[in-house]
Design a protein. Sequence first.
Length: 138
Amino acid sequence: MNIKKISAAVLMLSLAGAALAEAPYPEDTKFVSTKTRAEVIAELAQARANGELPINDVSYPDKAMASAVSTKTRAEVIDELKQARANGELPINDATYPDKAIASAPVSTKTRAQVVEELKQYQQAHANPSYAELIFLR
């Protein structure tokens, strides 16, 4: 009795493995470069000289940070932060996080019965949607 169950399980697993087997790997196509090796090496050296190529993790963000320019002074940013805290727009910790979003959420003007009636009307109008409506017109 047990051998039948084990045999059936092994058979099912082997069939599942065969069903999930990948297609053969595609053939390699040759890449044809438009530049010579010397041109690529020269471009690499020029990028290093200009500081466009990060040398290690420590030097990585320098270029991005150098191009970022603030339009506000530090005092203006601090004033905005204080104003946001005073207005309660800035969450203090995780416990106060959703309060502002929930308080400003839109309020429904319809009763539950009205919403249920709208749903019934919609379902009647769209009782038998076509395949295109189900797939393409979401």
